[in-house]
Design a protein around this ligand. Structure first.
Ligand code: MN
Length: 228
């Protein structure tokens, strides 16, 4: 038996300081995980249970590549985020065991067609058209946790054309990385290769063709993307 057509290539992320590739299984994203961003989006900053959505692995754009402005939107926003990459998984992972499953960390952009997401929110419909479109997940190389440790503080920022637009700190995450892994593993069977985009600090806003985006997570890395 053979495939009826050639299966798609495995999506992967480079690993800093090696020729190794991290094969990506799923992309989970956390919504509204910084209080100041929840407020700017018109929500209560109190600790409500986290909620999740997904992007597709093949939405990834690697560090230094172009982000083609997508179809069907006139209000595409940047969301700079810390990514957690898992080397193992399971169900119902406890908070104190959660970090044992982490391979490493990266810097990502949760690019969002805000106008389409807004319409879906209003209608109570799913967010995919706003979140899971082509090239919607620009991503840096990963750094291994056994080299960097597990960051629980450190600056997160995004500049556009050299101008600061988003600024926060990992210590402002409402739901911390071990809690996110634990809760997510109660909803889905987590697996090696899953990556989790942990949410964005305040300051989200539109991008335009010609913009140079430069993201940074202290102790983790940099991400540069050109909007074309
Ligand atoms: Mn996001």
């Amino acid at each position: 038996m053979g495939y009826v057509f050639t299966p798609p290539e495995q999506v992967s992320l480079p690993v800093r300081g090696s020729a190794d590739l991290f094969p990506v299984h799923r992309i989970y994203c956390v919504g509204r995980n910084y209080a100041a961003h929840a407020v700017e989006m018109g929500h209560d900053p109190d600790k409500e249970p986290p909620f999740f959505f997904q992007k597709n692995p093949d939405n990834i754009v690697l560090q230094g590549a172009d982000f083609p402005y997508p179809s069907a939107s006139e209000d595409v926003h940047h969301e700079i985020e810390l990514t957690v990459a898992l080397k193992s998984g399971g169900d119902d992972i406890s908070i104190d065991k959660a970090l044992d499953h982490v391979f490493g960390y990266g810097v990502s952009l949760d690019m969002t067609r805000r106008d389409l997401q807004g319409e879906m929110k209003k209608l109570g419909r799913p967010w995919e058209v706003g979140k899971a479109f082509e090239y919607s997940a620009p991503h840096s190389e990963l750094v291994r946790a056994d080299e960097t440790g597990h960051p629980d503080s450190g600056a997160v920022w995004l500049k556009i054309n050299g101008e600061m637009r988003q600024e926060g700190d990992i210590n402002q995450l409402i739901w911390k990385v071990p809690e996110v892994i634990s809760i997510l593993s109660g909803l889905f069977t987590l697996r090696a290769g899953d990556i989790i985009m942990t949410g964005t600090p305040a300051g989200v806003g539109p991008v335009h063709r010609g913009d140079e985006l430069h993201g940074h997570v202290e102790g983790v890395g940099e991400l540069t993307v050109s909007v074309v």
